[in-house]
Structure formats: structure tokens, C-alpha cells
Design a protein around this ligand. Structure first.
Ligand SMILES: O=C(NO)[C@]12CC[C@H](CC1)C2
Ligand SMILES: [Zn+2]
Length: 336
């Protein structure tokens, strides 16, 4: 039956959450029945990550139950994954009126300790998977609420536009995951626009895996001419690596989202920001009503404009401030 349980998350913060108790053994498991069909968190075996990701997708293998000892959970990565999945569930439910990743209350399954020192996380089409990080480049990725928001948004995308995960549609997939993942984390200031700042380089404060406000401030190595993430469509990566640059070119659309939200002048184009509350609804509506599996950057621009028009109609024949911001932002990043 359901019990209130506790455990330490990866930052040493005591968390309280719902678990279940096995009447025979008296052991608690990380299953939270308070959210739709539940939030269920597991721990992986020692299997290499690629094998686990595929087998869990094919066979529904989820790993092992995370057990407590006298009502306490001593697996911080699992506690962080469990609590943060609940927070992202609540974001989609309260802000967008969406019941879980499929809109029909599907169970949220996460598995932690994937691979060995794996500096990554993934959505395998069915569930979220988190590595422990190597301790220097990353720490346990389930501690990043924006990372969990990113992976769960891949789940929302699978159940909506299902953007093909390569080339431009894949970059839009990645970008929507960054954008709604960041909005789910709902930080303020620069931290809102950094991805994975809580779990990235524990010895270096203030940095992140990617920056949505200033993509070109983050080094990505030899993929692009500059060696930095692109912040304009003319600087996009056009090679085959990274499935045609899905994690690279996402920064172009991320920058558009930043400009729509906070405003700014970018390559000489000025945008008046409209704030997070309006921006998140525009991107969610674009994803759920207008984007399709093969949508490219230009179609992302059209989808965002149409969603903005739906939510903020023209006034006496003039486009609303919100629509103007979307148009200007895509102009600023060179997407027509
Ligand atoms: O893009 C990703 N997953 O699809 C991530 C974002 C944060 C972790 C590192 C790269 C996972
Ligand atoms: Zn991703």
C-alpha cells in the first residue's frame, strides 16, 4: 500500500515522496501513485548503456526495484530521478493541462545508474534513462531538473509531432526538449537558459552543457567552423556527425526562444520579449498543433507564428506584439 517515504537526493537535500510497501517483505519501492498511472523509478544492472537502452526499448526491461531500509531510500540518484520526474509531470499537468507524456496519464518510468560513469541521459521511446556521470565532466544526471525535463519532453514529442531524430527535424526535436525542459525547471536569470548547470562540471560554477541565451559562448569542438554552438542559421552544421547536428543546430532555435522570451538585439535585429508564460504556451501549441515528423527550421518558424496568432490574435488588422516578437526572433537567427 502507499506510504510516505524519505530519502536524500544527490545534493544531500532530504526529500519526502510517496512510495509503496510490499506487504510480504515490508520493503518500500519507488512507486509514486499520486500522479496518474504513477511514477516508477528503477536502478540498472551493470549492463553497458547501449545494450540497456535497446533492451529496455525492445523488451520493456526496466532494471531492479530500488529498495529502502527502514523507510529510507539510500540511493540519491534514484531519489533525484523520482522527485524530479514528479515535478516535470506537475509542470505539464498544471501549465499545459497535459496528463503525462502521452496526454493519457501513462506511467513515468526512469532507470538510473545506466552504464558506467556515463556522461549522458536518454529517452528510448518508452522511458527515461540516466547516467551517473564520471564525476568531473558531469555528476548524476538525474540531479538536473532541466535534464529530466529535457528527456521527458522527448517523450512528449514522441507522442505528438514525433519529430524525426536527424538533421533539421532532429535539431528542432532537441531544441523543443531544451526549451520546455528549461521552462519546466523554471529558474530565473541566466540559469534559466543554461542546460544541465546543476550537474555539469561540479568544479566550475556558472557553466552548462549548452547556453540558450548565448549559444556561441559554449565550445563544442571541431563540428562547426568556429568550434562553438551556432547562434544563426547561416552558421549551422551541415555534416553527418551527431545525426546531422541534432545537438548542435538546436542552439539556433534555442536562441530564437530566448529572444522571444527575454528580448534582445541579435545580429542587428531587435526583439521585444513577451515573457516565459506566453513563450511556453506558444512552443507547446506549436509542438502539439502544427509541427510534424519532418518539420524543418522554416516550418518551426511558421508553426510558432501560427501558434502565436492563435493565442494572441491580430488587433484591427495588426499583428499582436507576441506575433511580432516571434517573427523578429526568427529573423534574428536567420530562419525564414
Ligand atoms: O541531449 C540530450 N539528451 O537527449 C542530453 C541533454 C542533457 C544530457 C546530455 C545531452 C542528455
Ligand atoms: Zn535530447
Amino acid at each position: 500500500e502507499p506510504v510516505q517515504a524519505r530519502g536524500m537526493d544527490i545534493f544531500g537535500t532530504l526529500q519526502s515522496f510517496q512510495a509503496v510497501k510490499d506487504p510480504e517483505t515490508g520493503t518500500h519501492y519507488l512507486f509514486d501513485g499520486t500522479r496518474s498511472e504513477g511514477v516508477h523509478t528503477f536502478k540498472a544492472n551493470r549492463m553497458p548503456e547501449n545494450a540497456f537502452i535497446i533492451l529496455s526499448a525492445l523488451l520493456g526491461m526496466t532494471g531492479f526495484e530500488v529498495e529502502s531500509r527502514n523507510n529510507f531510500f539510500y540511493d540519491p540518484s534514484a531519489v533525484s530521478a523520482h522527485v524530479n520526474a514528479g515535478k516535470v509531470y506537475d509542470y505539464y499537468n498544471k501549465v499545459h493541462g497535459r496528463d503525462s507524456l502521452d496526454g493519457e496519464g501513462m506511467k513515468l518510468v526512469s532507470t538510473v545508474h545506466i552504464g558506467s560513469k556515463w556522461n549522458n541521459a536518454a529517452w528510448n521511446g518508452k522511458q527515461m534513462l540516466y547516467g551517473d556521470g564520471d564525476g568531473t565532466r558531469m555528476i548524476s544526471l538525474s540531479g538536473g531538473l532541466d535534464v529530466i525535463g529535457h528527456e521527458m519532453t522527448h517523450g512528449v514529442i514522441t507522442n505528438t509531432a514525433d519529430l524525426i531524430y536527424e538533421n533539421e527535424s532532429g535539431a528542432i526535436n532537441e531544441s523543443i526538449a531544451d526549451i520546455l525542459g528549461a521552462f519546466a525547471e523554471n529558474k530565473t536569470g541566466e540559469d534559466l537558459w543554461l542546460l544541465g548547470e546543476d550537474i555539469w562540471t561540479p568544479n566550475t560554477p556558472g557553466d552548462g552543457l549548452r547556453s540558450m541565451s548565448d549559444p556561441a559562448s559554449v565550445y563544442i569542438g571541431g563540428y562547426t567552423e568556429s568550434g562553438y554552438y551556432p547562434d544563426h542559421y547561416s552558421k549551422r552544421y551541415v555534416g553527418e556527425l551527431d545525426k546531422g547536428g541534432v545537438h548542435i543546430n538546436s542552439s539556433i532555435n534555442n536562441k530564437a526562444a530566448h529572444l522571444i522570451t527575454d528580448g534582445g538585439t541579435h545580429y542587428g535585429v531587435s526583439v521585444t520579449g513577451i515573457g516565459k508564460t506566453k513563450a511556453e504556451k506558444i512552443f507547446y501549441r506549436a509542438l502539439t498543433h502544427y509541427l510534424a515528423a519532418s518539420s524543418d527550421f522554416s516550418q518551426m518558424r511558421q508553426a510558432a507564428i501560427q501558434a502565436a496568432k492563435d493565442l494572441h490574435p491580430d488587433q484591427n488588422g495588426q499583428p499582436s506584439a507576441e506575433v511580432k516578437a516571434v517573427i523578429a526572433a526568427y529573423d534574428a537567427v536567420g530562419v525564414n
